[in-house]
Structures are given as structure tokens and as C-alpha cells.
Ligand binder design. Sequence first.
Ligand SMILES: [Zn+2]
Length: 372
Amino acid sequence: MNWKRRFLNMSAPGYDNSAGRTPPPGFSGILGQETAKKFLKQVMANRKVPHAYLFTGIPGIGKTSTAMAFAMALNCREPVEFDACGKCISCRQFGRNNFPDFLSVVPKGRNIGIDRIKEINRELGFAPVSGGYRVCVIHQAETMTPESANAFLKTLEEPPDGNILILKTTESADLLPTIVSRCQKVPFQPLPASEIETWLIRNRGIGPDVARLLSRICSGSPGRAIRMYESGFLEKRKAWLERLIRLPGLSKLEALDTALACAEEDRKNGIDQVVSGQPGMLDMLAVWANWYRDLLLLKAGGTKDRLVNIDFFDHLTEISAGYNIDSIIAGITALNQAQLDIRRSRNVNLVMIHTVLGLNRASKTSGHTEDE
Ligand SMILES: [Zn+2]
């Protein structure tokens, strides 16, 4: 196979040179994640670059940007303090999104199947086109089937020269231990809300009030904050919270209708924003869980500045007075369980009926309302 053929192969389904990202200016352009950046620079300083990494952490906190910055720095002709110069030929190729030795492997449907892994194994057997390092990023590595993961073990253990593999996942526990043990672990941490708030205002030109709200509800993920801003998430969230606020006043039958309406929305919008780009059921459950967290915080004497849903402060204060702590904790537990159940079984109808009726009942037993 000549180099042209190999280059074309990288554009085949499942390969995407950038996973749709604009290449970052290098490590210096990534918000936070100082420990991860320091570790990767140290790796380069040691001149003994391990060949397999596992980047862990919630979506949107900079794992892909860091993988790209690492690939840029490794291939840069004139790196500056182990960061890419941004000017040399390979940096410019990254800038145009056409560096030939950066591969992104994404799930097709729900999985990264065995055929895809066989393609990667074959592809990595050829020398990198640029003569430097080929960096192959496996996104959502947890979606490798057991068969795929096993077929990837040998490559992960000892990839052909010049290849660096970066697996990305939220939690390493979602991967087979045999995969995890072959990788250098690089954990990525959620960022403080204050840091995200400042970044949204200064770098994205978002107004202070919206930036403040986004920084609270994005769970420490700047990427998530941006997606929320751009996808109409804030309007969705408001509707979801209003639905939750109405729930205690509903009869069982009305609560059942609400649960079915939630499940119907899920059919339209997909499971969550990470997968479909649209706010989905898991996002709604997370918003509801944060609501209960805020109720608990207020019940325990917490102040407004520690709330997630700062724009609903008055509602939260009024509602928390009607709940007892046990009911709030039961709500949080039910919502956490619902998120787990939906991820595992995808039987959204059943999970939602169980959860919504449970919340409806809990609000009544807590003395929140006598209306049934
Ligand atoms: Zn460069």
C-alpha cells in the first residue's frame, strides 16, 4: 500500500482526523488540567515516550484538545518548552486539520467493533507518513466490545514503532482491566466554576449572568458549558425544572403522563447531548438531581453562592422548607439510580415511570403537599 492509499484510508468511516475539533494552539491554549499537561511535557523531556495512554475524566474537560496538543508537540520541528511552536510545517498541517498522522477513532453506532479494530491494527503497521509520531486517539474507548478490546491488546502492549495510542473514557472502571493495565493513566479533573465563568466571559464573550449560570450547571466541564450555550440547553433546563416543580401537585395519573412525556422526548432527542448533540434524558435527570442537591444544601443551612441553580433561588428556598431531609436524599438516590438504569438498559419508559412516580410519592410523604 503506498502512502496515498494509506492517507485515503484515514478518511474511511471510523477515522476522522480531528473528531470535528478545531486544533488548539497547543498545551498553552487548554484551560486548566495543569497536572496532565505537566505529565505529558515531562514524558517528552525524558525522551522515553510511553506508547499507550488512558485519558480519563468527564466529557468536555479537554481530553481531546490535550491529545491534539500532545500530538502537535511530539511532531513539532521546533518545540518551545515541550509545546508546539504553531509555525513549523507539521504545526501548520495541524492548524489546517490535515496532519496525516493524527487518527481519531469514534464509535460507529454504539460500539467500536472488531472490524474497526482490525483496520486500526493494520493501519498502525505502516510507518507514519510525516516521519514523526502517529497519534491514534480512541474516543469513548469503553464502547469497544470485549471482542474488539481483546483484539486490541497486542497493539496496545507493543504497537509498531512511531505509534502513540491514546484511549479516552470517562472512568477507567468502564474498561477491561487488561486494557487499563497497559496504559499510562492521565486523569483529567473537573474545573472550578469560577475558572469556567471567567473563561466563558473573556474567551467566549458570553454575558456575565449566563456565564455564571453555565459555570454552575456544567459540572466542571467548559466544553459542556459551551455545548449547553449553543444547543438551547438553558431553555430546555428551565422547562425541565418547571416540570419538576409541578410534580408534587400532580395526581398519580398526571405523574404517569409526565413520565411518558419525558420518555417520548427522549425518543426524539436521544439519550444525552454527548451522543446526539441534543439535550436528552440523561441531561434532564442530571438537572433534576442537581435540583435535589440544592434542596439538600439549603436544608443543611447552605448559602446561595453554593447553589447550582442560582436563578431558581427563591423557588428552592420555598420548596426546601416543605421537604424533610430523608425525602430529599430519597430523591437524589432515585435520580442517580435512574441515570444508571438508563445507561444500562435503555428501557426509558419503565425507568421514567418508576422514577417520576417515586418522586411524586416522596414529595407527598414528606408533607410537601396533601393533594393526591
Ligand atoms: Zn511546530
